[in-house]
Design a protein around this ligand. Structure first.
Ligand SMILES: [Zn+2]
Length: 169
C-alpha cells in the first residue's frame, strides 16, 4: 500500500502574500527549513510560515511574524505550484516528474491515479513534510495532473471521432 503523508487539504489562511496579496497556505517551519538552501537556511526560525500559491509570484514562503520571505531562487527544489515545467516533480519523495508520468502514460500505463502511482512509484515516499514544498502529500497534485491528461485525451477523441485509448471493447 502507498505510504502516504498527511493527505488533508491545504489550509488557506487569512495571511496575504506581502507581494501579490494572495492568501497563503499554512506550512510548518520544518518544511521551510528543509527546503531553503544555502545561507538563507539559517534565517528559518520556529515561526509561522505561509506558502504563496500564486503561480506568477516569486515568493514561495513568507512569515508575517518574522517579516521574512523566501523566493523561488532560495529553494533547493522547483515548486510544482509555481512552475509548469515538465521536469518539475509532482512527487518529491520519489522524484517523479510530470515528464515521468507522461512517459509512463505513453508506454501504456492507464490514465488513472492509482495506476500511475504503481507505474511510476509516485506517492509512496512518506517524506512529504520535508520534501514537498507544500509539506503535504502529492496525491492532489497527481490527481489534478492526471485529470488534465484524461480531459485532453477525451477532447482529442471527441475532435477526431477515434478512440485513442487502446483496449476498448
Ligand atoms: Zn505572492
Amino acid at each position: 500500500m502507498a505510504n502516504c503523508c498527511e493527505c488533508y487539504p491545504q489550509e488557506i489562511s487569512q495571511q496575504a502574500c506581502p507581494v501579490c496579496g494572495t492568501p497563503g497556505f499554512k506550512v510548518k517551519h520544518v518544511t521551510v527549513k528543509s527546503l531553503v538552501a544555502g545561507e538563507k537556511a539559517s534565517k528559518v526560525k520556529e515561526v509561522n510560515y505561509f506558502l504563496c500559491p500564486n503561480k506568477k509570484c516569486e515568493i514561495v514562503y513568507f512569515s508575517p511574524d518574522d517579516k521574512t520571505y523566501f523566493l523561488k531562487t532560495d529553494l533547493r527544489v522547483r515548486v510544482w505550484l509555481k512552475d509548469d515545467g515538465l521536469d518539475v516533480p509532482l512527487c518529491y519523495c520519489q522524484e517523479v516528474t510530470r515528464k515521468d508520468i507522461l512517459e509512463a502514460l505513453a508506454s501504456g500505463c492507464p490514465v488513472d491515479v492509482k495506476a500511475v502511482m504503481e507505474c511510476t512509484g509516485a506517492g509512496r515516499g512518506g517524506n512529504c513534510l520535508y520534501r514537498n514544498p507544500t509539506g503535504r502529500c502529492c496525491h492532489p497534485a497527481l490527481e489534478e495532473f492526471i485529470a488534465r491528461q484524461k480531459e485532453s485525451q477525451r477532447e482529442t477523441e471527441a475532435a477526431i471521432g477515434w478512440g485513442v485509448s487502446s483496449g476498448g471493447k
